[in-house]
Design a protein around this ligand. Structure first.
Ligand code: A3D
Length: 321
């Protein structure tokens, strides 16, 4: 059986980590693409030279031409610029919209059958613009944010409760911004919902509220610490989990920015919801029942996403069509 092909558009901090993880997990052969010359080639060679040590079989190629992504099964997009301290994800919009146009064209012309995972920020608008530019069907393009936001939530909860991260599940809905919606009612330790853990005294409502707030600002916390660039290990691990679910038809249930066509009362935009990812891409969108408070928080987050999309249409009227 031929190996799968994974193309990484953008070979910066996340792109390099994606390539390394894809190799360690033997997901397939990897093409690292970037507009910067030498960086994808250097990272490809460096990772290939680690393969004998770790004992994985995969080929790595650095590229500056879109022709090299032809035939890719999965494409993960990180091209663009990351946040700097003091910059919001939205500040990135103008720069990264242009990048999504060129990436979308590259995908449309060279790998229109791939399953595409977008990571570039501002996530919900970037994936929307990338779909427009690439013309991909809605089930073959998705944004990565929910897996990361949930992982941050799970880490903080496991730390609070002094239990294994493996036994903590968490749910984060909405756009990938500071008004994302961590759902405590649907988040559990081994099946026990967080509100019940407050009731039995494992934590207090105040501490839980603080964890929710820290989750919402999780990306900014890392930006402020790193000072140059944003998080890359956990974002890469999150996108690899989504790629693996597609490549191996695992049908995992993961939160992701998916194209809504009526679900949750929304149409024509990408926003974080629980989805099933399998061999057909986004195979299902799960519509969970939300309480009035949760629905209000979700709607607020959706409003922010809509604001970004309107701003995108103003910056580039061609996207409005
Ligand atoms: P960085 O290390 O700067 O890598 C970006 C790469 O993109 C660089 O190597 C650039 O040369 C390359 N690039 C720029 N323009 C183009 C282009 N037109 N075509 C191809 N390549 C190009 O950034 P990073 O890897 O740390 O982050 C990448 C993106 O992910 C940024 O937009 C971040 O804001 C975003 N990000 C999203 C999340 C989410 O959870 C959604 C988390 C962390 C980072």
């Amino acid at each position: 059986m031929a190996r799968k092909k994974i193309a990484l558009i953008g070979s910066g901090q996340i792109g390099g980590t994606l390539a390394h993880l894809a190799g360690l997990k033997e997901l397939g052969d990897v093409v690292l693409f970037d507009i910067a010359e030498g960086i994808p080639q250097g990272k490809a060679l460096d990772i290939a030279e680690s393969a004998p040590v770790d004992g994985f079989d995969a080929a790595f190629k650095g590229a500056n031409s879109y022709a090299d992504i032809a035939g890719a099964d999965v494409i993960i997009v990180t091209a663009g610029v990351p946040r700097k301290p003091g910059m919001s994800r939205d500040d990135l919009l103008g720069i990264n919209l242009k990048v999504m146009e060129s990436v979308g064209q590259g995908i449309r012309e060279n790998a229109p059958d791939a399953f595409v995972i977008c990571i570039t920020n501002p996530l919900d608008a970037a994936v929307w613009a990338l779909q427009k530019a690439s013309g991909l069907p809605a089930n073959k393009i998705v944004g990565m944010a929910g897996v990361l936001d949930s992982a941050r939530f799970r880490h903080f909860l496991a730390d609070e409760f002094k239990v294994s991260v493996k036994d903590v599940t968490a749910f984060v809905l909405g756009g990938h911004g500071d008004d994302m919606v961590p759902l405590t009612r649907y988040s559990t330790v081994a099946g026990v919902p967080l509100p019940d853990l407050v009731n039995i005294g494992w934590t207090t409502q105040e501490r839980l509220d603080a964890i929710v707030e820290r989750t919402r600002k999780g990306g900014g916390e890392i930006v402020n610490l790193l000072k140059t660039g944003s998080a890359f290990y956990a974002p890469a691990a999150s996108a690899i989990a989504m790629a693996e679910s597609y490549l191996k038809d695992q049908k995992r249930v993961l939160p992701a920015a998916a194209y809504l066509s009526g679900q949750y009362g929304e149409n024509g935009l990408f926003v974080g919801v629980p989805v099933v990812i399998g061999e057909n891409g986004v195979e299902r969108i799960i519509e969970i029942a939300l309480s009035a408070d949760e629905k209000a928080a979700f709607d607020k987050s959706v409003q922010s996403v809509k604001g970004l999309i309107e701003a995108s249409k103003t910056i580039n009227p061609a996207l409005a069509g």
